[in-house]
Design a protein around this ligand. Structure first.
Ligand SMILES: Cc1cc2nc3c(=O)[nH]c(=O)nc-3n(C[C@H](O)[C@H](O)[C@H](O)COP(=O)(O)OP(=O)(O)OC[C@H]3O[C@@H](n4cnc5c(N)ncnc54)[C@H](O)[C@@H]3O)c2cc1C
Length: 321
């Protein structure tokens, strides 16, 4: 059977990249995502204090293929340079993802619960009960593009892919977004304390094209370490805000004023310390694929680049089927 109609579950960088590569080859694609917008871990949180890039906020390109792609995205006006070798979305990180989603059929607010045989050699998707109806649900192939822990239960039809995803462990990250009426007395715009709960504090409002908001002098994003996040997975958000603000205050060596905005977000599957070395997962007999940052592990290649490389590898494997 030729692969002419493909469902992609997950509209983060991997799902969007794979969908664009397949669509460019003439394949009919349909994306589904459980969130309100595309982007996944490269989403931007919009708040009364302005936008916060509370997930992956910048990235580097190591492979020549990704470097070339990043160059094209920059020329299109979707990416800006950040620091020596990094890139970020213009105005907000999610600008890139929204640009990539343009023109692709994407059904949002739709959490997929299962991939099931349609009875005619194709696959059909079952959504969680609260999700909108799925329309024509029959597909020649299905791509699962999300963190390994979320992918594994969907991949039951392909024991090899499910097993591969079960062998990957992601690390969690508790993140606090906070804004103050005036700039803080910080040396620099990025702090990485050597000890304590904080892995990194990064000023967000001074990055390329970030909007100014009346009454807000600065916005910071505070990421807890994976160890602290894992130990505090079930902590109430208000306690996480308090503890990370204390740690930030200690790192700055000043008593912080009360923020005008502070909110915590738990990334249950933030980053993958030991990804699989295979470029992607493609069960050609069943026509089920998997891509994302759990794949394409290699020295020096970070999550964003792995998500893109694995999605390209999967699209190539599917076209060759
Ligand atoms: C705090 C933080 C900091 C980071 N820092 C960096 C960094 O500095 N450099 C770097 O390279 N990377 C970084 N990363 C990692 C990087 O963001 C990810 O590797 C990359 O975005 C993964 O993209 P993806 O498409 O594979 O997955 P995701 O972006 O997670 O996309 C998966 C999508 O699937 C959807 N989904 C999940 N389950 C379902 C379902 N059942 N039905 C429908 N939709 C579903 C989700 O809503 C999501 O949109 C960071 C991540 C975090 C959280």
């Amino acid at each position: 059977m030729t692969v002419s109609r493909v469902a992609l579950i997950g509209a983060g960088l991997a799902g969007l990249t794979c969908a664009r590569a397949l669509a460019a080859a003439g394949v009919q694609v349909q994306l589904f995502d459980k969130s309100r917008g595309p982007g996944g871990r490269l989403s931007t949180r919009h708040s009364p204090a302005g936008p916060f890039d509370h997930g992956g906020a910048d990235f580097a390109a190591h492979s020549s293929d990704f470097a070339q792609q990043v160059q094209q995205w920059s020329q299109a006006g979707w990416l800006a340079r950040e620091g020596g070798t990094g890139y970020t979305g213009v105005g907000e990180m999610n600008a890139l993802l929204r640009a990539l989603a343009q023109g692709l059929p994407l059904q949002l607010d739709t959490e997929i619960a299962a991939i099931e045989p349609a009875g005619d050699g194709r696959w059909q998707l079952r959504a969680h009960q609260q999700a909108p109806t799925l329309g024509d649900r029959r597909f020649d192939a299905v791509v699962v593009a999300m963190p390994a822990e979320q992918a594994a239960p969907l991949l039951g039809a392909s024991p090899a892919l499910a097993q591969a995803m079960r062998s990957v462990r992601s690390q969690p990250t508790w993140t606090v977004m906070a804004a103050w009426p005036r700039a803080l007395p910080a040396r620099g715009e990025r702090l990485q304390p050597a000890a304590g709960p904080l892995r990194e504090a990064r000023r967000d409002d001074t990055r390329p094209g970030r909007p100014r908001v009346a009454g807000v002098g600065c916005r910071w994003v505070l990421h807890a370490s994976p160890q602290w996040s894992a130990h505090n997975l079930d902590a109430p958000a208000v306690q996480v805000v308090r503890r990370l603000l204390e740690a930030f205050s200690e790192a700055l060596g000043v008593q912080l004023a009360r923020p005008v905005y502070a909110e915590a977000h738990l990334w249950r599957h933030a980053q993958v310390p030991s990804p699989l070395s295979e470029p992607c997962g493609w069960d050609a007999a069943l026509r089920i694929g998997a891509c994302g940052d759990a794949w394409h592990g290699a020295d020096g290649i970070d999550g964003v680049e792995r998500a893109w490389l694995s999605a390209q590898a999967l699209a190539r494997a599917m076209r060759a089927t």
